[in-house]
Ligand binder design. Structure first.
Ligand code: NAP
Ligand code: G4F
Length: 348
């Protein structure tokens, strides 16, 4: 039986990847970090929690990363753990560097020192392109990070290349464009919108505050994207791949379509709130996935409108069940409508 270790198994991609690998017959190990409130809801929601072997590890603690790899002796490591929220990286640039950047080196260095024959997937990102120098973006488009998050990811990208070339480690960068789902974190704009649309349509929330409505993203469906991670580790030689839909839509279009699903006018229920603007933002991302299609046989199936519909309908159904008094693992009920957040640039 093949063994896989997933760092960040409690996150969106970690949970879907675990589900996918279990179906393929893998023994799945996952790292989790100690939190004051346990965060296993995604694994429970997908009904896979009992099937996973959990290992405590924090990316800032190199010893725990070594321990996780030596306990699991994996054939494949999927390094997904990161401080993954771009907005937060402006507030915590040093912590983001330590986790999202140096965390990659801790994983690669553990593999090197343990002399373990394993394949490594690194969760690279379309954020690397920043305000991109060409559209659509390919594996050859130059990088120009626009946030502490993407600078940390750029470091991780290059360390992955360096360990591949210097030590012959089978390591791949998956340059994944935004991918979303009903188990996406609530602070990311897509799920923030679909959760609010469901609540507004049921009378639980009044207004949805948003930041930059003009930003355009290439949004795909997360369960399809995790399959590409596995495909990258099944090839003869390690390589880097863009995973995307080659379509781009603005945040405003996402909000319009999401309110359409419940028959409401987005303009009546949204307001612009500068607290959600970033000091620097990426204007437009659109990825050319033709290398992945040719070499991995991967292509996206779920397109923009269908993605929006899937997300709104699942959030709506969950709030309806909640209103009937049903209890199930889910993040939204504990998440407040409004938060009084202060940062240095946003003193109110
Ligand atoms: P996510 O939902 O935010 O999950 C991040 C995971 O990392 C969580 O399991 C989190 O644990 C863990 N983590 C955070 N800090 C950690 C630390 N110090 N030590 C150990 N674990 C830590 O992110 P995602 O959307 O699944 O994304 C997975 C990866 O792909 C990330 O590296 C992200 O940057 C990258 N990526 C994502 C996208 C996208 O659109 N989703 C696109 C390109 C690249 P807790 O649950 O304890 O917080
Ligand atoms: O949903 P977002 O926070 O995602 P972002 O910044 O594109 O990052 C995500 O995708 C990356 C891949 O390109 C990943 F690497 C990263 O880990 C993460 O998964 O914001 C999308 C856009 C931004 O331009 C943001 O400024 O939406 C804009 N936006 C407008 N109003 C908002 C809001 N973003 C958030 N989070 N909240 C808002 O109210």
């Amino acid at each position: 039986m093949k063994k896989a270790l997933i760092t960040g198994i409690t996150g969106q991609d970690g949970a879907y990847l675990a589900e996918f690998l279990l179906k393929k017959g893998y023994r799945v190990y996952g790292t989790y970090r100690r939190l004051s409130t346990p965060n296993f809801w995604r694994l429970q929601y997908l009904n896979i929690f009992e099937k996973i072997d959990l290992i405590p590890a924090d990316l800032v603690d190199a010893g725990s990363v070594i321990e996780a790899i030596s306990i699991s002796e994996p054939d494949e490591i999927y390094h997904l753990a990161a401080q993954s929220f771009v907005g937060a990286s402006f507030e915590q640039p040093i912590g983001t560097g330590a986790v999202t950047g140096l965390g990659v080196t801790r994983v690669l260095e553990a593999v090197r020192q343990l002399e373990i024959k394993t394949r490594v997937y690194q969760a690279s990102t379309s954020e690397l392109y920043g305000n991109a120098q060409e559209t659509p973006q390919t594996e050859k488009t130059p990088f120009k990070p626009q946030s502490p998050y993407s600078a940390a990811k750029l470091y991780g990208y290059w360390m992955t290349e360096i360990y591949r070339e210097a030590y012959g480690i089978y390591a791949c960068n998956g340059i994944l464009f935004n991918h979303e789902s009903p188990i996406r974190g609530l602070e990311f704009v897509t799920r923030k919108i679909t959760n609010a649309v469901a609540k507004i349509s049921l009378g639980i929330e009044k207004k949805l505050p948003l930041g930059n409505l003009e930003a355009k993203r290439d949004w795909g469906y997360a369960p399809e994207y995790v399959q590409s991670m596995w495909l990258m580790l099944q090839q003869k030689k390690p390589d880097d791949y863009v995973i995307a839909t080659n379509e781009t839509h603005s945040v405003q279009e996402f909000a319009e379509k999401a309110f359409d699903v419940v028959g409401l006018d987005w303009q009546k229920h949204t307001k612009v709130d500068r607290r959600f603007m970033r000091p620097l933002d990426v204007n437009l991302l659109k990825g050319d996935y033709s290398k992945a299609e040719k070499k991995l046989g991967w292509k996206p199936k779920t397109r923009f409108e269908k993605l929006v519909k899937i997300m709104v309908e699942e959030d709506l159904e969950r709030w309806q069940r909640w209103q009937k008094g049903e209890h199930f693992p889910w993040d939204a009920p504990l998440y407040p409508n409004e938060m009084k957040i202060l940062t240095r640039s946003l003193k109110v």
